[in-house]
Design a protein around this ligand. Structure first.
Ligand code: PMP
Length: 306
C-alpha cells in the first residue's frame, strides 16, 4: 500500500505530514475510540471519456459515513453529503492514483471528558494506492473464540473506530493460530456473522447464501453481490447460517470493499476443518464484480468518475 502525497483536511488540501493532519493526545476520539470512518475503493476505467478512474458506490459509502456520525450524535464539521463526496473525488484527483483506497475519517475535538456533546467533527480524507488485501488463491480461516459485539452494545451498521478493537482481537487470534483471517460468530446466538472487516458468502449448488443481517455490518459489497447474483441467474438467500453448516457448503468467499471477492480455501470450525476445493461460482461472481467496478457491465450508476 502506498500512501498519497496529500490529505484533504477540513476544506484544504495539505501535505501528508502537515501538522494539521495530526491529533493531540487529549483528543476525545483518541481517548475513547469515537472516530467514524469509511473504506472506499476507486478503479481505473480505461479509455473512458468521463474520466480515468471511478469511485465505486460513493453515494452509499457517504450515506453510511453520515449514518455513523449521526450514531455518535454529531455532524461532519457542518459539511453536506455533496461536499464530502466532492472532497473525496478531489482527494483522489490530487493524489494522482488511478486505482486505490480512500479513508475518510471524522474525529471529535479536544478534552478528555467522556461526554461527546456537541463537538464538531474534524474531517480528514486520505488516499492510498492499494492492490489486493487478502492475497492469493484462497485464504485459510478459523472460527474464533471471540464473538462479534452484541448488537445491543453498538449500532452494528455504523463504522465507529472504537468497535473495531473487536475485529483487531479476533484477527489477532486467527493469525496467532496460523490462519489468514477470522470468522466471528454473533454474540447473541452463536450464528455465523462475518470476518474482521468483511462479510461472508457460502455457495451450495447454484445458490448464494449469506448470513442474515442485524448482528454485524451488512456491507455495500454484500448488497452489490446479492444484486449481481440475482441478475446473473443465481439464487440468493439471506438467512441464519449455523456454524455446523460450514461443513456442508460447496464454496465460501469473503466480500468487502477492501477484500473485493476473496475465495476461502478452508474454515476450521470446532475441531474440524472444511476444505473448499473448488471456487467455480466464487470465480464467476468475482469476474462479474470486477467487471462492474471497472465499468464494463451495467450499473454505471454505481460509478462516480474522477
Ligand atoms: N464487515 C466489517 C466489520 C467491515 O469493516 C467491512 C468493511 N467496511 C465489511 C463488513 C464490508 O463492508 P463493505 O462491503 O461496505 O466494505
Amino acid at each position: 500500500m502506498e500512501r498519497g502525497e496529500y490529505i484533504w483536511k477540513d476544506g484544504k488540501i495539505i501535505p501528508w505530514d502537515d501538522d494539521r493532519a495530526k491529533v493531540h493526545v487529549s483528543n476525545h476520539s483518541f481517548n475513547y475510540g469515537s472516530p467514524v470512518y469509511e473504506g472506499i475503493r476507486f478503479y481505473e476505467i480505461p479509455k473512458n471519456k468521463k474520466g480515468d478512474s471511478a469511485v465505486f458506490r460513493l453515494e452509499d459509502h457517504v450515506n453510511r459515513l453520515f449514518h455513523s456520525a449521526s450514531v455518535m450524535g454529531n455532524d461532519l464539521g457542518g459539511y453536506s453529503k455533496k461536499e464530502i463526496s466532492d472532497a473525496i473525488v478531489e482527494t483522489v484527483k490530487v493524489n494522482k492514483f488511478k486505482e486505490g483506497y480512500i479513508r475518510p475519517i471524522i474525529y471529535f475535538g479536544d478534552g478528555i471528558g467522556i461526554d461527546i456533546g456537541n463537538k464538531s467533527g474534524e474531517v480528514a480524507i486520505m488516499a492510498f494506492s492499494w492492490e489486493r488485501y487478502l492475497e492469493g488463491e484462497g485464504v485459510r480461516v478459523c472460527v474464533t473464540s471471540l464473538r462479534k459485539l452484541h448488537p445491543r452494545t453498538t449500532d452494528t451498521n455504523a463504522k465507529i473506530s472504537g468497535t473495531y478493537f473487536n475485529s483487531v482481537l479476533a484477527h489477532k487470534e486467527a493469525r496467532e493460530k496460523g490462519y489468514d483471517e477470522c470468522l466471528m460468530l454473533s454474540c447473541k446466538n452463536a450464528q455465523i456473522a462475518e470476518g474482521s472487516g468483511e462479510n461472508i458468502f457460502f455457495v451450495k449448488g447454484k445458490k448464494l447464501i449469506t448470513p442474515l443481517g442485524g448482528d454485524f455490518l451488512s456491507g455495500v459489497t454484500r448488497e452489490t453481490i446479492l444484486t449481481l447474483g440475482k441478475e446473473n441467474g443465481l439464487e440468493v438467500k439471506e438467512r441464519i447460517v449455523h456454524p455446523c453448516e460450514i461443513h456442508n457448503m460447496d464454496e465460501a468467499f469473503f466480500c468487502g470493499t477492501a477484500v473485493e471477492i476473496t475465495p476461502i480455501s478452508e474454515i476450521k470450525e470446532s475441531e474440524k476443518t472444511k476444505k473448499y476445493e473448488t471456487h467455480e461460482i466464487t470465480n464467476q461472481i468475482r469476474e462479474i464484480y470486477m467487471s462492474t467496478v471497472q465499468g464494463k457491465n451495467d450499473h454505471l450508476e454505481w460509478l462516480t468518475f474522477v
